[in-house]
Design a protein around this ligand. Structure first.
Ligand SMILES: Nc1ncnc2c1ncn2[C@@H]1O[C@H](COP(=O)(O)OP(=O)(O)OP(=O)(O)O)[C@@H](O)[C@H]1O
Length: 458
């Protein structure tokens, strides 16, 4: 007989993915989607482990915990929570839940908690059934589905990401010109789009313009349009980007690449809120919000006389620094999961996750190309992966070589600076107490005591 697990998850695809994963690992899994179904299963009294979402359409995980204690006292519980629900999770632990796991998480993390529980005999276990080998008749797996409110924008849960997203939300609804600064591939266009989506202009056009790729000779016609016959090649009237973005948002990417002459034209249009198409005498009024982005230091460009100071101040009514992937290291696996899901969907694949070796290499790599590089590496690897997990040999050489050069991770066993070590371990494990305790080489109970002793804010 194998260990019987009840999964309660209202996100049907995610529940199914977890169920399939654990089933393949040899557990006897039943998945349901609401509190009522869960209660009916629990009354049966045969489940050793209940893994439930905290928020269910008709119940709450804590309620299920109470219910389970009454009707099936031998059932242990793991709570799945959202980022902001840690206080309820702590309450659940106090009430006797075995552990909680913050979403989004990878199925392997859940497996680790289950295995630890089994090792510590918190869950009375009978041997698992043998793990299924891959066959063409194997049940189809659902791709991992994230838990994001907006399917195309991952906010991240590191402190720096939270702050950055807070800024986007605050400035979005205003009409301020925003300058987004950040390295290449960090998601500047995605952020500009988020600002647009947070504004009252959200149902109007969002027009992205790559200023780096417009030759300076035709920039005026690109921005302001032209009339037929105004220059050789102007065979028709053409609307410019300003007109196209009327009532919406114009996103000027790599704005630092505009020629000095184009900068003057742009400044004039912004000051007068009017544009004149090339070859026309008529001025057109435009109502456009400008969001621009740069990956160079524009202040330096101003100092060196390459960028006009007046335009810089005009564009920079509010500036936002977009963190590099290195700065938001804690979000690495959140983005990994998201891009994995995206790649699975676009390539028609069902890869479940990273192998342990790839996970370690990803952690050590510096990701100079940021999110774009991560996305590309994952898509390529998903394409080349035949099994459930991405193996090391499909990962680009540069990721492996660069990660091999790096020093090993911090040694958590040192007894100095205990509080900082605990903070680091919690950070490194995304606040997962079991894994943090393992890293620190202490029991989970000791870790909870230390958290209380040092008054660490969870
Ligand atoms: N928050 C996010 N959630 C999901 N995907 C993202 C996010 N940010 C960026 N991406 C993805 O990462 C890739 C790079 O993003 P984007 O093109 O916005 O970067 P960029 O900083 O504008 O790049 P460049 O400097 O080269 O213009 C895109 O494929 C985008 O979809």
């Amino acid at each position: 007989m194998s260990l019987k697990i009840l999964i309660v998850e209202d996100d049907v695809a995610f529940g199914k993915m977890l169920g399939t994963f654990l089933d393949r690992k040899g557990f006897d899994v039943v998945t349901c989607h609401n509190g009522e179904q869960a209660k009916a299963f629990l009354e049966d009294g045969t489940f050793k482990l209940l893994i439930t979402d905290l928020q269910l359409p008709d119940a709450n995980g804590l309620e299920l915990l109470d219910f389970s204690r009454q009707v099936s006292p031998n059932t242990q519980m793991i709570l799945m929570t959202g980022y902001a629900e840690v206080s309820s999770a702590v309450e659940a632990i106090k009430k006797g839940a075995l552990e909680y796991i913050s979403k989004p998480f990878r199925p392997e993390e859940l497996l680790m908690i289950i295995e630890q529980a089994m090792e510590s005999e918190a869950v009375t276990t009978i041997k698992q059934k043998p793990v299924e080998t891959h066959s063409d008749n194997a049940p189809k797996k659902e791709p991992a589905v994230g838990n994001y409110n907006n399917p195309s924008f991952v906010t991240g849960f590191s402190e720096i990401s939270k702050k950055f997203n807070e800024y986007l939300k605050l400035v979005g609804p205003t009409d301020m010109c925003v300058l987004i600064q950040g390295e290449s591939g960090t998601g500047k266009e995605v952020a500009a789009n988020a600002i647009h989506k947070y504004s009252v202009r959200k149902d109007q056009p969002f027009v992205p313009v790559d200023c780096g790729s417009i030759p300076k000779e035709i920039a005026a016609s690109e921005f302001f349009g032209h009339v037929k016959g105004s220059f050789t090649g102007a065979i028709n009237d053409k609307k410019g980007h300003f007109e196209a973005a009327h009532k919406g948002t114009l996103f000027l990417d790599e704005v630092g690449n505009l020629s000095y002459e184009n900068q003057i034209q742009l400044l004039r249009a912004l000051q007068e809120r009017k544009v004149k198409p090339v070859g026309s005498n008529a001025e057109i009024e435009v109502d456009v919000r400008i969001v621009s982005a740069t990956n160079e230091d524009l202040i330096k460009a101003v100092e060196e006389g390459r960028f006009r100071e007046d335009l810089y101040h005009r564009l920079n009514e509010f500036s936002v620094h977009i963190p590099s992937l290195k700065e938001r290291q804690e979000d690495l696996f959140l983005f990994t999961e998201y891009f994995l899901d995206e790649a699975n969907r676009s390539l028609g694949k069902q890869v479940l996750g990273l192998s342990k070796e790839v996970e370690a290499a990803f952690k050590k790599y510096a990701w100079p190309g940021n999110l774009r590089e991560l996305k590309n590496v994952i898509k390529r690897s998903v394409l080349l992966t035949n099994g459930d997990f991405i193996p090391l040999d499909v990962i680009p050489r540069e990721v492996i070589v660069a990660s091999e050069k790096k020093k090993p991770a911090v040694d958590y066993s040192k007894e100095t600076n205990e509080k900082q070590l605990i903070i680091n371990a919690l950070k490194e494990t995304g606040n997962n107490k079991s894994r943090a305790a393992k890293l620190l080489n202490i029991t989970r109970k000791t870790l909870y005591n230390k958290i209380e002793q040092y008054d660490l804010d969870l």
